[in-house]
Design a protein around this ligand. Structure first.
Ligand SMILES: Nc1nc2c(ncn2[C@@H]2O[C@H](COP(=O)(O)OP(=O)(O)O)[C@@H](O)[C@H]2O)c(=O)[nH]1
Ligand SMILES: [Mg+2]
Length: 409
């Protein structure tokens, strides 16, 4: 696979060259493979720490998997891991979290451990502790650093730590102050142990909408190579409004690619002889509706609007799933996305006219779209449908999340 980082400017230029040479089939192949590859990028994340530190619980929460669900990592002190065990993300089969054997026994040797767990396999390491970081954490971090891999520290069960601090305290007590102290204590301890610039996140798997959970995501995402960022972002659970808006932006960047693929299908596919206006039925006959159905299904899962994700969100925040569902407004989010649903939407909203408008608009920037002839309408319609459904689903997801986070009566 070609992972050469692409800028939009050089990708547009590349498309322009294809269009000018009338290499439509190559243009489609190139875009399709990029769209497919983006979801096939492998990501392997190692989760290590002492036994009982919360590794398995974290691996479930971060994948959006219930502790009791099939495919969940078994939690609790009796379930310890002797060999690295991969847990795949339910929607992104190439994103794997690896539950590594516990560290910290008296005979623990970091270099041997890394060899044993096959360190080269992982994109980065998360080192979890419930207590202060100790010497073996530092030794492990140094051994990881010497292999050229990145590592991050997680101080887990922060909910319990705060509860402990709150006990016996009365007025003037501020959680933020305590969190600041814990963070400084961790960072200073690691620095004193010889870790240059330790990144420490304070997390609770019981309260994944609080503390540093979102910062883990954002930091890791920024530090991943660019071709891995999209899939990592999509694999994140929807506990924060900012995660939803970042997903929306990332999807938005892909829409023009889908629109061109759709338009090219019309021009180069079995219907390329059709003349005049391409109406909705031609889109359907061409498989463009299938394409859109698949893309919209992906949006739905990424925004957590599918039945499984809604149930998990309801369980996590102790809410009724029907109550969460009641704030969903988009039909595509509340029912199965089918070709009929889209077809109806296109007809009822006059979207082929909208498609023409979008195409005319895009034409000003990418005049080569006109060479797509009848495909131009498919371009506009696909563009319009995907972006309007994307906006609506992102808004639905934000409403659902706000509802889930509302304090109970
Ligand atoms: N209070 C609290 N308990 C947690 C948290 N994360 C895990 N636990 C509990 O800690 C225990 C050990 O967790 P587990 O994930 O099995 O640890 P592992 O041995 O590192 O995989 C379990 O009983 C979990 O329910 C957390 O964030 N807060
Ligand atoms: Mg475990």
């Amino acid at each position: 696979m070609d992972y050469k980082p692409l800028t939009y400017e050089n990708e547009f230029q590349e498309m322009k060259n294809y269009f000018e040479n009338r290499d439509f089939a190559d243009a489609v192949m190139c875009l399709k493979s990029r769209l497919e590859d983006i979801n096939l990028v492998p990501l392997n994340i190692a989760v290590t720490g002492e036994s009982g530190s919360g590794k398995s619980t974290f691996i479930n929460v971060i994948r959006g998997v219930n502790d009791e669900e099939e495919g969940s990592a078994k939690t609790g002190v009796v379930h310890t891991t002797a060999v690295p065990t991969p847990y795949v993300h339910p929607h992104h089969r190439n994103v794997r979290y690896w539950d590594l054997p516990g560290i910290g026994s008296p005979e623990f040797k970091p270099k041997d451990y890394l060899r044993l767990v096959n360190f080269d396999r992982y994109d980065f390491f998360l080192i979890i502790t419930t207590e202060r970081f100790r010497e073996f954490h530092v030794l492990l971090a140094q051994a990881i650093e010497s292999t050229g891999k990145k590592f991050y520290f997680l101080r887990s069960k922060i909910d319990a730590v705060l509860t402990g601090h709150r006990r016996g305290k009365t007025k003037g007590y501020d959680d933020r102050e305590i969190l600041k102290e814990i963070r400084e204590d961790c960072v200073n301890g690691l620095r004193a142990g010889g870790v240059g610039n330790p990144r420490v996140f304070l997390v609770s798997c019981l309260e994944p909408d609080k503390y540093d959970f979102h910062l883990i995501h954002e930091t890791l995402e920024e530090e991943l190579p660019s071709h891995k960022r999209h899939v990592f972002l999509l694999s994140q659970p929807n506990f924060f409004l900012r995660t939803l808006s970042r997903k929306r932006k990332s999807f938005l960047k892909q829409i023009w690619r889908w629109a061109i693929v759709s338009a090219m299908n019309v021009t180069t596919g079995p219907w390329s002889g059709a003349t005049g206006v391409v109406a909705a039925p031609s889109l359907s006959a061409n498989g463009d509706l299938t394409l859109m159905v698949n893309v919209l299904e992906e949006y739905k899962k990424a925004f957590g609007l599918d039945p499984r994700s809604l149930r998990l969100l309801a369980d996590t925040f102790g809410k009724d799933v029907e109550d969460l569902r009641s704030v969903i407004r988009t039909s595509a989010a509340s029912q199965d996305i089918t070709q009929e649903l889209l077809f109806h939407h296109i007809k009822s909203q006059g979207l082929t006219d909208m498609g023409r408008m979008v195409t005319a608009c895009v034409n000003q920037f990418v005049p080569q779209i006109t060479v797509l002839a009848s495909g131009g309408v498919a371009f506009g319609t696909t563009f319009w449908i995907l972006s309007s459904f994307l906006a609506n689903m992102a808004e639905d997801a934000a409403r659902v999340l706000s509802r889930a986070l509302e304090a109970g009566e």
